[in-house]
Ligand binder design. Structure first.
Ligand code: ADP
Ligand code: MG
Length: 322
């Protein structure tokens, strides 16, 4: 549905997007995740034909954005980071205007009413956009993207600046839209893409550092099966015991969690299961084991570790990091 090949964008000598490629299949909700300045908006502006690439190609719904810009654009509903709203128009005037701009051929009244119903903005239909709250403005921006019923939706940080209730509403909406549309959603918030997306592309310093399902990304980084142990008793003495338990390759102290109770991250030798030996050794010296849990990395940690690994390379290139 969307095919991005070897896309590069330079602003003068600064490379904002560096040779990225990815695909989005029909009906997929793709999360485009990265910190501020990663190149998300730049990529989305190129996908939607608002910005030209320095090199590389983008095909949307089979149409090359450069060769068949009209067909490609007609396939896309775009909600930019700053929605293009005319504040002195009413919602009605604005959506009418967008309908004309997109040369929409669907039944005007019926289609606009349907979009308003979907976005829950019927009751502000006659209001001036400048008098709407941030949440409602965002919905009007969304409505604008939906006019013409395009098969592809590109949403640039659609929940930024909204309150928690509005964020949940917008996420639910995106999930519902995903049933009938192909969606790319950018975000710098990991739980957001985890909650909404089927697949995640992580971009950092203009380069793709991961492209996988949320589940696989998590699994990829939890294969080392580290355990987190919570143990009561003197930290130094417990540490000394842990260091000598067969099957434990490495011990990291994680600090005091309750008075006199400390946590330790335990790294096993390849394939080793040290849980019984751990229990026996601690019991022998009278240190109660209060908890033992698997340290599966959350996607948040995966993200941090991936972007941290990229840091030296990005700095070498003189990447502009915020
Ligand atoms: P994101 O949306 O992920 O926060 P952007 O795509 O907006 O990132 O920006 C990527 C990089 O390109 C940043 O380093 C940013 O400063 C730079 N950049 C963005 N737009 C321009 C521009 N018009 N001119 C020069 N540099 C830009
Ligand atoms: Mg951006």
């Amino acid at each position: 549905m969307i095919e991005v090949q070897n896309l590069t964008k330079r602003y003068g000598s600064h490379c904002a997007v560096n040779d990225i490629s990815f695909r989005v299949e029909e009906g997929e909700i793709l999360g485009f995740l990265g910190p501020n300045g990663a190149g998300k908006s730049t990529t989305m502006n190129i996908l939607t034909g608002y910005l030209s690439a320095s090199s590389g190609s983008v095909r949307i719904n089979g149409y090359d954005v450069l060769e068949d810009p009209n067909e490609a654009k007609a396939s896309i509903g775009y909600l930019p980071e700053q929605p293009p709203l005319y504040l002195d128009m009413t919602v009605r005037e604005y959506l009418d205007f967008v309908y004309d701009l997109k040369k929409c051929t669907l039944n005007r009244k019926k289609h606009i009413a349907e979009v308003c119903r979907l976005m829950h903005i019927e009751h502000v239909y006659g209001r001036l956009i400048k008098n709407l709250s941030k949440g409602y403005r965002q919905r009007v921006g969304f409505a604008q993207a939906l006019i013409g019923n395009p098969p592809v939706l590109i949403l640039d940080e659609p929940t930024v600046g909204l309150d928690p209730k509005q964020i949940i509403e917008i996420r639910t909406l995106i999930k519902n839209l995903g049933k009938h549309h192909t969606v790319i959603l950018s975000s710098h918030i990991l739980p957001e893409v985890e909650a909404v997306c089927d697949r995640i592309v992580i971009i950092n310093g203009g380069e793709i550092v991961a492209d996988n399902t949320a589940e696989n990304l998590s699994a990829q980084f939890s294969s080392d099966r580290r355990l987190l142990a919570r143990i009561a008793g003197d930290e130094q003495r417990v540490y000394g015991i842990l260091k000598h338990i067969p099957g434990i390759a490495d011990v990291t102290t994680c600090g005091e969690r309750e008075p006199g109770v400390f946590e330790y991250a335990l790294e096993p030798d390849e394939g080793a299961d040290f849980r019984r030996a751990l229990f026996t050794a601690l019991a022998k010296d009278g240190f109660p084991l209060l908890g033992l849990k698997s340290m599966e990395m959350t996607l948040e940690e995966v993200f941090i570790s991936l972007t941290r690994e990229q840091l030296p390379e990005t700095s070498r290139k003189g990447g502009n990091r915020k």
